[in-house]
Design a protein around this ligand. Structure first.
Ligand code: PLP
Length: 374
């Protein structure tokens, strides 16, 4: 027999329908929605693609707000559904404004679908969804929001903001599993989806299947065997947040972002990539490497100083200039943030660049406490 120190993953009794429904209700509470929430049995890209394929059809005009890599992915799906796509692209140094969205909607009264990412872990920015939601609602389009990187890191008021399709995942600030996700669907969105002959049916991408086979029957019979372990982990993540208090978890993420931004400014040489504090995502802070220095070298040196810190190079075209400091889930923690800054200080030192590590520590500590109190 092999020594086994892993948690018990086998031989669980089946996850029954009542328990599955209870987990959906816990997620709905975290999302601040009274609309239908479906726990999708896959990573968050599953409900994101399902929303677009369900609500969009040839003849649709979609406004796609691109503030990072996920928005670019949505554009491809929208086009493949036959929609004409109007794009607003915001620089990764900031957020998109409600006025910009209002202007795009005024220019194209035929826009009937808007896709938006709330917070972008990859680029470290967050968008003002309350204001954007209000202009989209006034225009009459459906609003889809990717809240994977915002849930539990910052306020997410799905119903109050008029979000018709809101997608969350457990793997970021919830500190939960990546293999299941959830989407809330408003009554307006269900009407649109039901009227769309092209919406997926009898498909893993189908929201309508869940409606017909699960919701309309009162959530008493599961349509297929659920991803049980992932669902149980998602429930534990939701319970842990409820026990700590959602506000306290959000405050911890807010404090982490404030501390990294203040610390990096005091450190010098590196700078927050997102210019204004109000546009910075609480989930991750992106940093700009100085001219002539490859961001990847800074990351390698930081990880050489402390391999445990959640510091990574950005993806794709940004890899040479952007450093990403993650502070979500368990990493939204004072000690982890201070260790990340210390590792960056040592990295600058190793590369022969200037940096005030002690100043960074003090500034980060002060910002942590100020933001936790606020
Ligand atoms: C993290 C994230 C997702 C999910 O993507 P993974 O790379 O699978 O974690 C989706 N949308 C946004 C905005 C995210 O930050």
């Amino acid at each position: 027999m092999t020594a086994n120190t892993a948690p018990a993953l086998l031989d669980w009794p089946p996850l029954d329908a009542a328990h599955f429904a209870r987990i959906e209700d816990k997620i709905a509470a975290l999302m601040r929605t009274r609309e239908t929430v479906v726990a999708m049995q896959g990573e968050a890209l599953l409900p994101l693609e399902a929303c677009i394929r369900s609500a969009v059809r040839p003849g649709s005009t979609a406004l796609n707000v691109v503030t990072g890599p996920y928005g670019e992915t949505f554009g491809g799906w929208l086009r493949s559904c036959g929609a004409e796509v109007v794009t607003i692209a915001a620089p990764f140094t900031g957020a998109v404004g409600a006025e910009q969205v209002a202007e795009a909607l005024r220019a194209r009264p035929d826009i009937d679908f808007v896709s938006l990412v709330h917070a972008e872990a990859a680029t470290g920015n967050t968008n003002p969804v309350a204001g954007i939601g209000a202009v989209v609602r006034e225009h009459g389009a459906l609003l889809m929001l990717d809240a994977v990187a915002s849930i539990a890191a910052e306020p997410l008021l799905t119903d109050e903001w008029g979000v018709d399709l809101c997608v969350i995942g457990g793997q970021k600030a919830m500190a939960g599993p990546a293999g299941v996700s959830a989407v809330s669907v408003s009554a307006r969105a269900w009407e649109r989806i039901a009227a769309n002959g092209q919406a997926p049916r009898r498909s893993y991408l189908s929201l309508l299947d869940w409606k017909e086979r699960w919701i309309d029957g009162g959530r008493t019979v599961l349509p297929h065997a659920p991803a049980q372990l992932e669902m149980l982990a998602l429930e534990q993540a939701a319970d842990r947040i409820a026990d700590a208090g959602l506000e306290a978890v959000i405050a911890r993420h807010r404090a982490a972002a404030a501390a990294v931004r203040a610390g990096v400014r005091a450190l010098g040489t590196l700078a927050p990539y997102v210019v204004r504090d109000e546009d910075a995502a609480p989930v991750a802070t992106t940093l700009r490497a100085p001219a002539g220095v490859d961001a990847r070298e800074v990351v390698v040196a930081a990880l050489a100083a402390d391999p445990a810190v959640p510091v990574q190079a950005a993806g794709g075209a940004l890899a040479a200039e952007m450093i990403r400091v993650n502070h979500y889930g368990l990493a939204a923690d004072r000690g982890t943030v201070l260790a990340s800054l210390a590792a960056l200080g040592k990295a600058l030192d190793a590369l022969g660049l200037a940096g005030d590590a002690e100043g960074a520590r003090k500034a980060a500590e002060a910002a942590w406490y100020a933001a936790s109190a606020g």
